[in-house]
Design a protein around this ligand. Structure first.
Ligand code: HEC
Ligand code: HEC
Ligand code: HEC
Ligand code: HEC
Length: 416
């Protein structure tokens, strides 16, 4: 062949080869990333029983069932003994367990210490697919009902209906408190990106909240922003306290599992990740790939959760997570001691005969702040991994403010 013909032949064959290769890669990937798209069958609009959904989504059902293997139930008090002192006078001081799998919510809530039932029917809000139905049935009265009034009516744990529209299988938000909080922030609820939804479905429950005075309605305190200082400013403006600490006399507020708030503006969130990227990674079931429906520590399946992006290997990753978490734990213990010291000083001062009331008031106010920043970290699952710098910053504030509180409490009774 003449060089000219070779050139011509190549000019034809190369593009054809490239096309064939591209099509091959495209179909290979498509096949490999095969996930069920769209609805596979008719599910009733209010189907609260996940086992009914299972008929059409057996692979997802199997994945969901695997949550039962996660039986571990541990108390926060085992690793953080100072908590009983800081929660004195409040239900949380009686019992406070670490979370476990979604499927155990009903079992766990029914076994809870009676001291924790005061919050009433609202306790069930993050525990069952039947909650939106109950809210519809009872309207605003739902929030005022007692724990025992609701108890017998709720049997289903967290399930498909909490996150999916049964007709389209799209992700959707079923909890009014989140939708209302987003609306107050001016967010266009109808135009939320899919990637945001992959975090927001979790933000229905993995957030801090409070019971609005009088109506007892579950409300997210996000109007000034979702960060610890912004939420505290929101409560301060409302002059809101959940309880008064018996030893210090300070009016306190209690954060709850603020995973979503902590994740916002973290390295991973600003890099575009969502909760589901680490906690619901693609996983192979037979010849299919589905989003894992086992909600667990991503360290249990690190190859799926992390090494898709991080090529440094699992040992490196585990080491990074452990380093972050042990540093957070160490600083958290320091903050715990500092807050307990403030409480102890306040206890002596408020019992003293001759006290400077202005200083006592100031020291109590500082106790409120210090405990808030500490507790915001304590109750947020993941031991700081979701946002290491911010977590340590909050603990730094807690330590500083608690020392000031203790100092001013001592000054209130004339000590230097
Ligand atoms: C309807 C409320 C609700 C929704 C929605 C929800 N969770 Fe949970 N989640 C909970 C509760 C409540 C627990 C604690 C259960 C217990 O201890 O009985 C929990 C526990 C967990 C745990 C801990 C399991 C363990 O082994 O300790 C992880 C991880 C988790 N959820 C991740 C997620 C992710 C990720 C999403 C979003 C894709 C999500 N959750 C959506 C309420 C919810
Ligand atoms: C806590 C929220 C949550 C619950 C509960 C939940 N899912 Fe999902 N599901 C998700 C998320 C997040 C995705 C990923 C969606 C995406 O990326 O578009 C998903 C994806 C899916 C998909 C699409 C294919 C895939 O694997 O990505 C199906 C089908 C599905 N889920 C079925 C179910 C069934 C059946 C149940 C009940 C047994 C269930 N889900 C419970 C959050 C949930
Ligand atoms: C970059 C990956 C990543 C993202 C994104 C992420 N997490 Fe996590 N999450 C982790 C790691 C790592 C842990 C620590 C697990 C451990 O200590 O075993 C964790 C722990 C948790 C736990 C406690 C589970 C346990 O077994 O202790 C919960 C609950 C949780 N995350 C919820 C969320 C929610 C809700 C979001 C989104 C707002 C989210 N996570 C986003 C990686 C992630
Ligand atoms: C979708 C991609 C993606 C996944 C999945 C992911 N990461 Fe990352 N991670 C990033 C990006 C992007 C950064 C920012 C730094 C960079 O560009 O490497 C980062 C940063 C980090 C850092 C350093 C920053 C910090 O906040 O300390 C650690 C540690 C880390 N990731 C651990 C993990 C672990 C553990 C998991 C699994 C639980 C995980 N990542 C899952 C993309 C990802």
């Amino acid at each position: 062949m003449s060089p000219d013909r070779v050139k011509k032949l190549l000019m034809i064959t190369i593009p054809v080869l490239v096309l064939v290769l591209a099509a091959g890669i495209f179909f290979f990937n498509r096949n490999n990333e095969l996930v069920l798209e769209g609805p596979q069958g008719e599910i009733a609009a209010n189907e609260t029983s996940s086992s009914e959904w299972a008929k059409f989504y057996p692979a997802h059902w199997d994945s969901y069932q695997a949550n039962y293997a996660n039986t571990e139930k541990t108390s926060h008090f085992d690793t953080k003994p100072y908590l009983t002192a800081i929660y004195a006078g409040f239900g949380f001081s009686k019992e406070y367990n670490e979370p476990r799998a979604h499927v155990y919510t009903i079992e766990d809530i029914l076994a809870i210490d009676p001291a924790r039932k005061k919050a009433g029917a609202s306790c069930f809000t993050c525990k069952s697919t039947q909650v939106p139905e109950m809210m519809q049935k009872y309207g605003e009265k739902y929030y005022l009902m007692s724990f025992d009034e609701m108890k017998g009516q709720i049997t289903e744990p967290i399930g498909c209906l909490d996150c999916h529209d049964p007709k389209t299988m799209e992700l959707r938000l079923t909890r009014p408190a989140l939708v209302e909080a987003l609306q107050r922030q001016g967010k266009d609820i109808e135009n939320i990106s899919q990637q945001e939804m992959r975090s927001l479905v979790c933000a229905q429950c993995h957030v801090t909240y409070y019971f609005y005075p009088e109506t007892k309605k579950i409300t997210f305190p996000w109007d000034k922003g979702v960060k610890a200082d912004q939420i505290l400013a929101y409560y301060d403006e409302k002059d809101f306290a959940e309880w008064v600490h018996p030893d210090s006399g300070a009016g306190l507020v209690k954060p709850r599992h603020a995973e979503y708030e902590t994740f916002i503006n973290s390295t991973h969130q600003s890099a575009g990740l969502a909760c589901a990227d680490c906690h619901m990674p693609y996983t192979k079931v037979g010849n299919k790939k589905i989003s894992s429906h086992v909600w667990q520590s991503p360290l249990n399946n690190i190859e799926q959760s992390c090494t898709t992006c991080h090529r440094n290997g699992t040992d490196w990753l585990i080491n990074r997570v452990e380093t972050i978490q042990s540093q957070v734990k160490q600083t958290q213990d320091l903050a715990g001691e500092a807050v307990v010291e403030a409480i102890n000083e306040l206890k002596i001062s408020q019992a003293a005969a001759d006290v400077d009331q202005a200083k006592l008031k100031e020291a109590r106010e500082l106790h409120r702040q210090a405990q808030w920043y500490l507790d915001f970290v304590v109750v947020t699952n993941g031991y700081g991994f979701h946002n290491p710098t911010e977590t340590l910053n909050n603990l730094g504030r807690a330590i500083d403010i608690a020392h000031k509180s203790a100092k001013i409490a001592r000054e209130a009774r004339g000590l230097k």
